[in-house]
Design a protein around this ligand. Sequence first.
Ligand SMILES: C[S@@+](CC[C@H](N)C(=O)[O-])C[C@H]1O[C@@H](n2cnc3c(N)ncnc32)[C@H](O)[C@@H]1O
Length: 413
Amino acid sequence: MRDGNQGTGKADGAPAPVGDAAPERAFGAAPGVAGRGVRLRAWLWRLRDRLVASRTFRNAAASFPLTRPMARRNARALFDLCAGFVYSQVLATCVRLDVFALLAERPRTAAEIGALTGLPESGADRLLAAAVSLRLVDRRPGGRYGLGVLGAAVHGDPGIRAMIAHHHLLYDDLADPVPLLKGEAGQTRLGAYWAYAGRAAGDADVPGAAIGADAVDAYSALMAASQAMVVDEVVAAYPFRRHRHLLDVGGGDARFVAGVSAVAPALRLTVFDLPAVAERAQAALDRAGLARRADAVGGDFTVDALPAGADLISLVRIVHDHDEPVVRALLSRAHDALASGGTLLIAEPMAETPGAEPVGDAYFGFYLLAMGSGRPRSRAHLTRLLEAAGFTDVREHSTRQPMIVRVLSARKQ
Ligand SMILES: C[S@@+](CC[C@H](N)C(=O)[O-])C[C@H]1O[C@@H](n2cnc3c(N)ncnc32)[C@H](O)[C@@H]1O
């Protein structure tokens, strides 16, 4: 099953093609004047493309003192694109060999790191030099190495480490992206990992109730590990205390509702997820001492109604996992289940996030492609979907790290 919007040839928020009459209408200019503006822009883009493609021009730009910084910046940006996979492998190796944990204990030499990780000293030396260049590791006095500013962040966050550790599945699937883009890849490793996403890629569509504990354990643990950074952002952005009952749809191991419970002590909490995950959620709620005010309900939101009556429904890192028809049906079910005057929250990383554009469209775009369903969506795209499902008053609540998660709320009349 593919996204209903795919294949239209017009990405969400993409500029209108050159020659389209829309810009003229938008600016209310006389058609002839605006048409000349569009043609002038098209000519300038062609000129820029020709110049930048010319080696002579690039050499001249690198020689001239005023354009040299820009020429160097662009050359470096292009090299980083070429080398991105290598940088990721340096990071993944440091995580796999626990280099950051070893350096957090105390600064160490390459020989010590080699002895502790099973690498020859020359291998440890090469890995550490690469990690220094990427700010994962710092050189310290006496030929020792310590944590770098980025390595310290990875060391301090089990969620980031878990994400990095599972990326080998993604890299395997992306070894040849063309069959993925053509929709001809069949079952992928990420599709198998995220059982609910990959279930339609096999011969038969597996019902949600048939997805067993074995199939959900790994992804549920990954989501639980990476939930801390999300819940902190969402709780800081949205006033949960004004509500009486939160239903967290696709709530995984109940980490999100547990985080919210701390800031909204009177809130009733319900987690809805696939039956195998709901069992994990119920056990987690019991362990957290939340059983009196929280419960978990098993079901499949592609076919089942959602539990009714909550005045707040949250979809945290859910919508981007699914193609258009599933999202439309889910939003409609959420609308049906909400109490009148209730609120729906969507919290997830989004496409076209200013300053984090590649995170949405490149990383999540290709991650979800490999997973077999879903796409990152922009705020404008989500707003259209929410309004089509009957919601009004769509608002964004600013988060401190919009790269990680953005929050939209919408009201049911
Ligand atoms: C990406 S995880 C997000 C989990 C959690 N909200 C978080 O942010 O950590 C997606 C969740 O949606 C659940 N899910 C996926 N498809 C579902 C379906 N058809 N019905 C119910 N839950 C589903 C998964 O089991 C999983 O827990």
